[in-house]
Ligand binder design. Structure first.
Ligand SMILES: [Zn+2]
Length: 325
């Protein structure tokens, strides 16, 4: 689009021409001058719409699609909300099988690696031996063994969670006196601002179109900002990049069939041009869980996955957040 000041300078130029031609105009009768200026004004009005429709402008349907998509994405309906907080805490034991690693186990239980590490005093992402017994809570948070001198206030402060939540989660009768060596669950204690990347939603990692300015694939005359990655995926299963809540499923204009997943911490991922969606709105999904099948719906030039990562309403380059390993 042409910036507004271009139009202003156009008007300014017209005025200065009037000035320079002052002597010429002074010889013309006043009435006639008024007619000329009216005609000039009218022709300017006729020019303006053509200016705003310059060749740099993306073509309308795509602009419309983006407006529509952004409306959905920005709406609080598609925000993350915690699963029912009243869901009772359950801790199961998992015996590590040969070939399993922390990320596989975390994925299978729909919790974070931090939760497993935090609940089992694991310090790193090291190889864990088959046969190791792990405590697996059904929510994100960590299991914490009380040491002498610990108190709930201090723990809440350290892990930046509410005291009330810790008290409620553990049914503490007297939060001032929690016995040494008793194990409490600290909900949400996983430092959620530590983003360990998003999982690739596809099997392959071949990017057919990256994030940023590009030529419109339907009309190469126009430039547009591509807000996600196009990943090669011919009708294949698509996985959730990260644990979260499905907050949108269905048709999204040029994006075809789409899914939005909201993740804790203000993140969202969008999966578009899908041929089949197998999750429903409101459902919580684990990282790596199958959510849909890629396809060619909407404005798409062939089967692929259009994938976006959004943080607090702003599109990010997904490539910088996807696991590199
Ligand atoms: Zn795309």
């Amino acid at each position: 689009m042409l910036p507004n000041n271009d139009m202003a300078s156009l008007a300014g130029e017209t005025r200065s021409r009037f000035k320079r031609a002052g002597t010429f105009f002074s010889r013309i009768p006043r009435k006639f001058l008024l007619v000329i200026s009216a005609a000039l004004a009218l022709s300017l009005i006729a020019i303006i719409p053509n200016l705003t429709n310059g060749p740099e402008e993306p073509i309308d349907p795509i602009l419309q699609d983006d407006i529509e998509k952004n409306k959905i994405l920005q709406s609080s309906n598609t925000d993350y909300s915690n699963p029912d907080a009243k869901e009772k805490l359950v801790i199961v034991e998992h015996v590590v099988k040969p070939g399993e690693n922390l990320s596989v186990i975390a994925r299978d239980y729909g919790i974070s690696i931090d939760t497993i590490c935090g609940s089992n005093n694991l310090r790193s992402y090291d190889f864990i031996r088959a046969g190791t017994r792990l405590k697996i809570p059904n929510k994100d948070g960590i299991l914490y063994r009380m040491r002498g001198g610990n108190n709930i206030t201090g723990i809440a402060k350290k892990y930046r969670v509410s005291i009330e939540k810790i008290i409620a989660e553990n049914d503490l009768k007297n939060p001032d006196f929690v016995q040494k060596d008793s194990v409490i669950f600290i909900p949400d204690a996983k430092p959620q601002n530590i983003i360990r990347g998003f999982m690739w939603p596809t099997r392959g990692r071949y990017i057919t179109c990256g994030y940023g300015w590009r030529r419109n694939p339907f009309n190469r005359k126009y430039r547009e900002f591509h807000q996600g990655l196009d990943i090669r995926a011919r009708y294949e299963w698509i996985r959730a990049s990260k644990y979260g809540k499905v907050t949108y499923t269905g048709w999204m204009g040029g994006y075809g069939n789409a899914v939005i997943i909201a993740h804790p911490g203000g993140w969202k991922t969008l999966y578009a041009h899908l041929s089949r969606i197998i999750v429903r709105r409101g459902q919580y999904v684990k990282q790596g869980q199958t959510i849909a099948r890629s396809g060619n719906t909407g404005r798409s030039t062939g089967p692929h996955l259009h994938y976006e990562i959004i943080k607090s309403g702003r599109n990010k380059n997904p490539y910088t957040y996807l696991h590199k390993k």
